[in-house]
Design a protein around this ligand. Structure first.
Ligand SMILES: C[S@@+](CC[C@H](N)C(=O)[O-])C[C@H]1O[C@@H](n2cnc3c(N)ncnc32)[C@H](O)[C@@H]1O
Length: 250
């Protein structure tokens, strides 16, 4: 998949571990993780948990391994687009890529756990860009969080010619409305504190009745409800709103 390196270096694996249920890892993800003496994963500074990706993968991780926790220096402290966020995160990814490179140089394979799919809004991508030109790299796709959410809601998301649009909740309300007016089906990601704005934009487009809110899809405390029945409160990080398409049913 990428640069062949000196045969003695380890391989960088970006492993999609799915949305949370340990049974939703692929056979390939499980096989690859067993070959990694070093397991790297991103996590928040606050709390004790190693994060959702680690929890999903844990039953499949080799007993003899070293964990490399990559702790985000910031999460929601700065508003979107703030230069201080970009600066802190760029330095962070540089540092973490350096730590992983040291393991690869020592001949050890490193598995970077990625919630859902690594190439779909995944932090792994920032490590990938830095290291794949220099080290053999294999990326294992994963079941996305949004697949888990429309499955939890027991609703197909797109039929026939439906256009499906993925909309980050971080966009401003006017842009959200423009995107909504131009699509047949939609998935809203990154809700959290953006949830009230997303709800209001969906209402402005007259789509509340079709929208479904899913919290922690395929995780322990999964919740599914019509958007119309949610309180106008802050949603957790792992939450999605879906607006299924209404295309031709045959
Ligand atoms: C940075 S993106 C990572 C997406 C991930 N790589 C994937 O393939 O799904 C994080 C956002 O994905 C959504 N998300 C991911 N997994 C989820 C899940 N299991 N349940 C609900 N939302 C999820 C949430 O909107 C969250 O804010």
């Amino acid at each position: 998949m990428s640069a062949a390196a000196n045969a003695s270096t380890g391989t960088l694996f970006g492993v999609g571990v799915g949305p949370g249920d340990p049974e939703l890892l692929t056979l390939k993800a499980v096989r690859v993780l067993a070959q990694c003496p070093v397991i790297a994963f991103f996590r928040k500074r606050s709390g004790n948990a190693n994060g959702n990706a680690y929890a999903a993968a844990e039953p499949h991780l080799p007993a003899m391994r070293r964990d490399l926790a990559m702790i985000y220096p910031v999460t929601t402290e700065y508003p979107v687009g703030d230069a201080r966020y970009d600066e802190a995160m760029t330095a962070f990814y540089e540092d973490q890529a350096g730590l992983i490179a040291a393991e690869l140089d020592a001949g050890r394979n490193v598995g970077v756990l990625s919630e859902g799919d690594p190439f779909f809004y995944g932090s792994f991508m920032h490590v990938f860009h830095r290291l794949s030109p220099r080290y053999p790299t294999i990326v294992v796709p994963g079941v996305t969080g949004m697949s888990a959410c429309w499955t939890a809601a027991t609703t197909p998301i797109s039929y026939g010619d439906d256009v499906l649009t993925i909309i980050p909740g971080t966009l401003d309300a006017d842009t959200i409305c423009e995107r909504l007016r131009a699509t047949d089906a939609a998935v809203f990601m990154k809700l959290g504190t953006n949830f009230p704005k997303v709800r209001a934009a969906i209402a402005r487009c007259g789509l509340t009745e079709r929208a479904i809110y899913v919290e922690r899809g395929a995780m322990k405390h999964q919740r599914v409800m019509p958007l119309a029945e949610t309180a106008d409160a802050v949603a957790p990080y792992f939450a999605i709103v879906i607006i299924p398409g209404q295309g031709r049913r045959l």
